[in-house]
Design a protein around this ligand. Structure first.
Ligand code: R1P
Length: 290
């Protein structure tokens, strides 16, 4: 068994993993991701009981039970670079023996659901609605650091690249499917199903122009009108594709639920963005812990 060096798998003096500050016994196998650390207690306030709480930087974790089922909620902060940290460290907590620094023989699967905020790209998906991401479409490039060819939806990627004339100077857009098991649990007639695009930034990478010109000013409208076998790109945020990619590579289940607080197609913003988030938290907890 290869021993993973201290420089590669970094532990804190108390044995917890470097960024998340967690030990293996601190997390449940059902995990909710939120971006904002202040959203963690907005999820855990619904729990029956709380057994553990910690925070380091933007990574806040609370573990407890909901309707008798053990569950953790963790804030990831913003962006795919943070998702690389959170997914690898969570996986290490369950699939690497931190004492011997070796990969465990038995694989443990995590069930991960992101509850995030997002902007809709389609006028038929209004503010205050919910979108479940059937696919994550990554513009961020993070996943290309890994040997990921086997999990990609290459036909869909090629059609998208051709339709948009995507610049070869940017990283190749990658597309990864969600977890069938979690989709079945979480989908209902209250939720749109779509493709969630993930950008590696908030302004230029999502086509927002303040003072800087962007590389392709027509990219957002080409994204909006892309269609392949009935599949359309529904919304834009900053984490989903990275979660889907790393979950699939590491053997975990993942699904992303989006509260639509802005509609980029018609320029509207929710009058009370906390309301759809609160409703999506309750909806997701109940579907997940049936
Ligand atoms: C940007 O404001 C942040 O909000 C969205 C984006 O994905 C990005 O993280 O999600 P969260 O509300 O989950 O953070």
């Amino acid at each position: 068994m290869n021993k993973i060096a201290a420089s590669e798998l970094i532990l804190n003096p108390d044995g917890s993993i470097y960024h998340l500050n967690l030990r293996p016994e601190n997390i449940a196998s059902n995990i909710i991701f939120v971006g904002d650390q202040n959203r963690v207690p907005k999820v855990s306030k619904h729990f029956d009981s709380i057994e553990f709480e910690t925070q380091k930087r933007e990574f806040r974790t609370i573990t407890g039970t909901y309707k008798g089922k053990r569950i953790s909620v963790i804030s990831t902060g913003i962006g795919p670079d943070n998702i690389d940290i959170v997914m690898n460290e969570l996986d290490a907590l369950v699939n690497i023996d931190l004492e011997t620094r070796t990969v465990k023989k038995e694989h443990t699967k995590l069930h991960i659901v992101r509850i995030g905020t997002s902007g809709s790209l389609q006028s038929y998906i209004p503010v205050d609605s919910f979108v479940l991401a059937k696919y994550g479409l990554g513009f961020d490039g993070m996943l290309h650091a890994y040997d990921c060819k086997s999990i990609l939806e290459t036909e869909l990627e090629d059609a998208f690249i051709e339709h948009t004339g995507y610049s070869p100077r940017k990283s190749r857009p990658y597309i990864v499917k969600n977890s069938d098991i979690l989709e079945t649990k979480l989908l209902s007639d209250k939720v749109f199903s779509g493709v969630t695009a993930t950008a590696g930034g908030f302004y230029g990478p999502q086509g927002r122009v303040l003072r800087l010109a962007i590389q392709d000013p027509k990219l957002n409208s080409k994204i909006d009108n892309f269609e392949f076998n009935g599949i359309k790109i529904t919304n834009l945020e900053m984490e989903t594709s990275a979660i889907y990619g790393l979950a699939k590579l590491l053997g975990h289940e993942a699904c992303s639920m989006n509260a639509i607080i802005a509609n980029r197609a018609n320029g509207t913003f929710s009058e009370d963005p906390y309301k759809p988030i609160e409703e999506l938290i309750i909806y997701t907890l109940n579907k997940l812990c049936l």
